[in-house]
Design a protein around this ligand. Structure first.
Ligand SMILES: C[S@@+](CC[C@H](N)C(=O)[O-])C[C@H]1O[C@@H](n2cnc3c(N)ncnc32)[C@H](O)[C@@H]1O
Length: 275
């Protein structure tokens, strides 16, 4: 599952010469589109722009990096539980950000269920990372923590995916920047809702990085997520559904608030929860 990026010219990447965090950024993330969406939502819902964000499950902190580059007043706190990805992110900061931008980004090792941070305008949990919380109790607890982390008119922005294909065991392949990204929906258990997914990478020389990333998730549905956000204390929850490109019949990257979606086989949506 991913937000596609345009393919680039052929490269000589191999499994041995590649870094999985970099491959992930290239193949999965579209941080500009994410930050555009945050700006859109703040303009529409609050008639102002957000300045201070917390990126939960930040990985390499790519969204926070895009955020602090975007405007001089912007700050970001990027939280991840994994020291190795934070170390990699830190090692890249000097080449990715100016000294001033680095000052406005804080990388924090911590568990999103426990971390304490100064109040922010917006908490983000992107690329479905919170699907790893598998019970209503665990997920509601995390949502409560996100609620508590916000200023009084703060917004919590998360994404979600679903549709009939989400429940199938299948692989989706896509060429990206000289390598192939493989999204492997490996197993799904309809009794528990558990979904085990992997990302693999394949290179032009035939080498592979198998199971570069593993996601042991529960497939949450939008009604469950809306209910849990309300139970966690959010005053209002709005679903932003993607429009359709008339020519291709595919998603057009434009998300608008709605209460009626269509029975698409594979959709991505955003949920915006008002404190
Ligand atoms: C799918 S990656 C998300 C990367 C990026 N934020 C994105 O949008 O694509 C999930 C990240 O969540 C982190 N993570 C898992 N459990 C966590 C927890 N309880 N608290 C903080 N980070 C956690 C993992 O270490 C991993 O880097």
């Amino acid at each position: 599952m991913s937000k596609p990026k345009p393919a680039r010219r052929r490269s000589r990447r191999t499994a041995a010469s590649s870094n999985s965090y970099e491959l992930y950024e290239l193949s999965v993330q579209n941080t500009e589109a994410e930050c555009d969406f945050i700006d859109q939502v703040w303009r529409q819902r609050r008639r102002r722009l957000a300045h201070h964000v917390r990126e939960d499950f930040c990985g390499s902190a790519a969204t926070s990096i895009e955020w602090v580059k975007r405007r001089r007043k912007n700050t970001a706190i990027a939280v991840d539980i994994d020291t190795s990805v934070l170390d990699w992110a830190r090692s890249k900061l000097a080449e990715r950000l100016t000294a001033d931008e680095q000052q406005r980004l804080s990388l924090r090792k911590g568990d999103v269920r426990q971390v304490r941070t100064p109040p922010v305008d917006c908490v983000l949990a992107m690329n479905f990372s919170y699907y790893l919380f598998k019970t209503r109790q665990e997920l509601r607890h995390y949502f409560r923590r996100a609620h508590r982390a916000l200023v009084d008119d703060g917004l919590f922005v998360i994404d979600a995916y679903g549709g009939s294909d989400a429940f199938r065991e299948m692989e989706e392949k896509r060429r990206v920047a000289g390598f192939t990204y493989i999204w492997d929906q490996h197993s799904y258990n309809p009794i528990t809702g558990d979904a085990l997914n992997y990302i693999h990478y394949r290179f032009p020389d035939g080498s592979e990085i198998r199971k570069a990333f593993t996601y042991d998730w529960r497939l949450w549905t939008l009604p469950e997520l809306q209910e849990l956000l309300r139970e966690a204390g959010f005053a209002k929850v709005t679903t932003y559904w993607e429009g359709t490109d008339k020519k291709t019949g595919q998603g057009n990257d434009e998300f608008t608030p709605t209460v009626e979606g269509d029975a698409d086989a594979g959709w991505i949506a955003y949920l915006v929860a008002d404190k």
